[in-house]
Design a protein around this ligand. Structure first.
Ligand code: 5GP
Ligand code: MN
Length: 337
């Protein structure tokens, strides 16, 4: 097991080096509603590629969520505009999709990504990749795409990793490990993190900007949500929904409620949490579990995916109340007997 894991990691590093060495024009992207791992990985990789003298552009379907803009002090994260940017995607030598494995999550970029003659690559740590690229650099044991990016950059030339690159990597690792507490947070993660701190990353600064600069509306909405959490299945499942009316009344955008699901699950005895967010065009569901409960199986039933303990799905055109009832009923299937 250890051997095969090592071999595949070596193969990832070799493939990465080969792709970088044999190409010049790179376009990086990540999934819709990007998170710290997708954005941090993009920033780290684009900064590194530029140091190597490569041309590198980051194009995302979504605007950068406001709590992540502090990381983008060189304005490197661009929201994709088909009129201006489609040619860049079509003309690239290499397209790298980070922290995602399903072309549908590229949204407005998908069409151009698939049409482009560029070599296509994913760097990712999620289960069940779809087959849409030339090179799948996938490490299911990695706690964050940013950790994979670190390994690639360190193997290529660790001397080129500077503070600005380290900040992107640190952000990805910190956010995807739930601030260094999720199960895949092992000694190796901390050894890598130690290197990042040695390069000048300030943990307080990153955490504070991401999690402690919320709007009053978000804080009040969190309070509303917490007061409405319900339990089911003998207290093993917690669930709660946020409506569009609540978002609008509090002046909160969907990106701002990113961590609410974890708060709704921080209850003794709860092993599964379902968080429903009403959107203009349907419902987004976040699934979380503790221990050996595969919420990705539940997410898959609704066209979503993710990890065993953290998954998501987007259901276009459905009604909130009905969706809550259906998913709650289906949750029984993944609960331990
Ligand atoms: P979150 O609930 O925080 O949006 O997502 C939790 C995990 O599920 C993340 O790792 C994310 O990549 C994955 N995920 C979220 N939404 C979707 C989705 O619509 N489709 C798929 N395949 N994965 C998702
Ligand atoms: Mn990730």
């Amino acid at each position: 097991m250890e051997n095969s894991e090592e071999q595949s990691r070596t193969k990832i590093l070799d493939t990465f080096k080969h792709i970088v060495d044999s190409n010049r024009k790179f376009v990086l992207t990540t999934h819709v509603n990007p998170d710290g791992d997708g954005l941090g990985s993009e920033l780290a990789l684009t900064r590194y590629l530029k140091k190597l003298g490569k041309q590198s552009v980051v194009l995302n379907h979504s605007e950068t969520p406001s709590n992540h803009t502090f990381l983008d002090y060189h304005n490197e994260l661009k929201q994709f505009d088909p009129e201006k940017d489609s040619q860049t995607v079509l003309d690239a030598d290499v397209l790298i999709a980070l922290d995602m494995n399903n072309p549908g999550r590229l949204r407005s970029i998908e069409k151009y990504f698939l049409e482009s003659k560029a070599k296509k690559v994913i760097i990712d740590h999620h289960l069940e990749a779809q087959d849409f690229v030339d090179h799948q650099l996938i490490d299911l044991d990695s706690p964050a795409t940013a950790e994979m990016v670190y390994r690639c950059l360190a193997a290529y030339d660790s001397n080129l990793i500077d503070k600005e690159i380290a900040e992107g990597i640190y952000t990805g690792i910190m956010t995807d490990t739930g601030s260094f507490r999720f199960p895949r947070t092992d000694g190796e993660v901390h050894r890598i993190t130690a290197n990042l701190l040695d390069l000048g990353v300030d943990p307080f600064y990153i955490y504070h900007n991401l999690y402690e600069e919320n709007s009053l509306g978000r804080t009040r909405l969190l309070g509303e949500m917490l007061s409405k959490v319900e339990l089911a299945y003998d207290g093993r499942v917690s669930y709660v929904a946020i409506t569009l009316e609540q978002l609008n009344r509090n002046g909160v955008v969907p990106d701002d409620v990113d961590n609410f699901v974890n708060q709704a699950g921080a209850i003794a005895g709860v092993i599964v949490t379902l968080f429903f967010l009403e959107m203009e065009d349907g419902v987004k569901i976040s699934f979380r579990s503790k221990g050996d409960v595969p919420v990705n199986e539940l997410a898959k039933m609704y066209g979503g995916g993710g990890h065993k303990n953290a998954s998501g799905a987007r259901l276009p055109g459905v009604k909130l109340d009905e969706t809550v009832r259906r998913v709650l009923a289906d949750a029984e299937r993944i609960l331990p007997k």
